[in-house]
Write a protein that binds this ligand. Structure first.
Ligand SMILES: [Zn+2]
Ligand SMILES: [Zn+2]
Length: 372
């Protein structure tokens, strides 16, 4: 029986070596060679597309751009349409100011880049851009928030006070954030189990107990940067990007804060998702032209609307915080000019009113019957 003992010992050794090598692999170090291109070895991130020259297209020459920051005046506030929010079969979008959108997809309520604070700043009392208009809708008046989307960590897109208030009011709410942003939210008291942190092109499917419909969320690339805090080391320490939402065969692209770069990120998004049903595109903070290294101009936003074959686009990132040097009316005027030049129908790319509840996806009776 000695041969049997030897054979069993041999088998045991083979098994153990297998277990050990598995353990080695799962606990193995990350190989730098295997890092995605937008990850740097020191843990920071970068844009991987080619940076193009600042553009002017529909803009005036830089020498004519005002030398003082945008002078803001309050925008009119829209009211009414609350019955659309109350209708659990209706879908709508509401601009609350800057890049904050309330996206209601039937019973599901999503808040993108919520900022309700007075300033886009780490300190609220004396420093940082102050808002020119109050939020179009008060946080307390919103339908039950199920999900918050964050595009990146800049103060005008990730606001501590707003995140804390949202969690306090809706403690079951989920927060979808770019890589390395979860730690910031955890610091503010959001439970890890309610934060979804994704890299570019990663997806997550959501389903809620009380909702029948599923939402697929994909974090998509964008040409931009990140920085939070005074230290240079915080520059690009967390990832940035946009969110693609897929819900009941509809696709909605929340672009985030973006520059065109060489356009390759958006061509890839278009290749994978066009035509999209709704796009949320930034149109402000682009003058003088050096700012187009981090932001799109209204003309570029209009080009992106066409690239992804958006059926309906909504403007954002304008008229709320004074951050660069354009006049307050420049974004709407330049967008109107670009739409004319690019032959985009008036209602296909709109600047909604502050607080205006705009219904989307109006189903005909037939569609409703055939809907899953
Ligand atoms: Zn930004
Ligand atoms: Zn911004």
């Amino acid at each position: 029986m000695l041969w049997l003992q030897k054979f069993l010992l041999f088998l045991l050794l083979i098994l153990m070596s297998g277990i050990l090598s598995c353990a080695e692999k799962s606990a193995g170090e990350v190989s730098l060679e295997n890092l995605p291109l937008h990850h740097l070895p020191d843990g920071h991130f970068r844009n991987t597309d080619t940076l193009t020259e600042p553009i002017r297209d529909t803009m005036e020459v830089d020498s004519l751009v005002p030398t003082e920051r945008t002078q803001l005046r309050p925008l009119p506030i829209f009211r009414g349409g609350e019955e659309i929010w109350a209708d659990s079969s209706a879908s709508s979008v509401t601009w609350i100011g800057h890049s904050t959108y309330c996206i209601k997809l039937k019973k599901l309520s999503i808040l993108a880049n919520p900022i309700f604070s007075e300033r886009a700043s780490p300190v609220q009392f004396f420093f940082g851009p102050k808002r020119g208009s109050p939020p179009g809708r008060a946080l307390d008046s919103l339908p039950n928030v199920d999900l918050v989307l964050i595009s990146h960590d800049h103060y005008d897109h990730l606001d501590r006070g707003s995140i804390k208030d949202i969690y306090k009011k809706w403690p079951a709410c989920y927060f979808a954030v770019p890589l390395k942003v979860a730690a910031i939210l955890e610091d503010w008291g959001i439970p890890k189990s309610q934060i979804i942190e994704l890299d570019w092109w990663e997806s997550r499917i959501f389903s809620w107990k009380n909702l029948q419909d599923k939402l697929t969320l994909t974090f998509v690339p964008a040409h931009h940067t990140s920085r939070r805090g005074a230290f240079k080391s915080s520059r690009n320490a967390t990832l940035w990007g946009g969110w693609m939402l897929e819900f009941e065969k509809k696709k909605l692209w929340f672009a985030g804060d973006i520059a065109m770069g060489d356009g390759s990120y958006y061509k890839e998004i278009a290749k994978k998702f066009a035509p999209v049903d709704v796009a949320f595109l930034p149109i402000g903070s682009y003058k003088p032209s050096r700012y187009t290294r981090v932001h799109v101009s209204p003309r570029q936003a209009a080009q992106l609307h066409q690239l992804v074959q958006s059926k309906k686009s909504f403007a954002m990132h304008w008229g709320t915080f004074s951050m660069v040097y354009e006049r307050m009316d420049d974004p709407p005027k330049d967008l109107a000019r670009a739409k004319k030049e690019l032959q985009i129908p008036e209602n296909d790319f709109i600047i909604p009113g502050l607080g205006e509840i705009v219904q989307i996806f109006v189903y005909s009776n037939l569609e409703q019957k055939n809907a899953p």
